[in-house]
Design a protein around this ligand. Sequence first.
Ligand code: SF4
Length: 203
Amino acid sequence: MSAVITGELARATAPCITSSFQAECVVLTHMLLEEKPDIPVLFLDTVHHFAQTYTYRDELAAAWKMNLVNLRAAEPRPGLWQESTDKCCALHKVGPLFSALEQYDVWFTALRREQSPSRANLQEVERFRLPSGKVIQRVSPLAAWTTRDVWKYAKDHAIPLLPLYDVGYTSIGCEPCTTPHSGCQVNPSAVTYHRDTETPRNF
Ligand code: SF4
């Protein structure tokens, strides 16, 4: 077990993890559930996920008895990405996430340094300021992990992964903004929120 996980859970009053149910997210969730079975697992339901993602989320959540918390915009607008990907991400991701995080003091994420150049300096433990001004602890225990590490952990622990990996997707987010075989989650028109902000792609 990671010392970071143990230490941060011990100091937390209200911990949570955000999960998009991609491989690294379920690996980290698996690790956290061993120490804190009732930790809230926050899933950002952007209303644009693949049907397979929703099915996988529900099956894994039931099998692992997760305390799953689905986050949604108060008034979702399916298809907004066609008008503006920035507006779509702001409405369906950024707003619900930051609003939900107000309730927590330690936020676990499955972010990894190798995911993008903007994450090269990612620390395992960082202070994170919410738009309200509240500062919480963002904890990324897998910061130094490679993709190989993630897949090895999943294999060693017999963790079933999202079936979309089997058909060529290497990173899986919203269906309109995800392309297979590219090694990149988003199409160019949807790239802003994923690469240029502090908002991690894999919620
Ligand atoms: S990733 Fe695409 S579909 Fe998902 S919220 Fe952002 S713009 Fe909308």
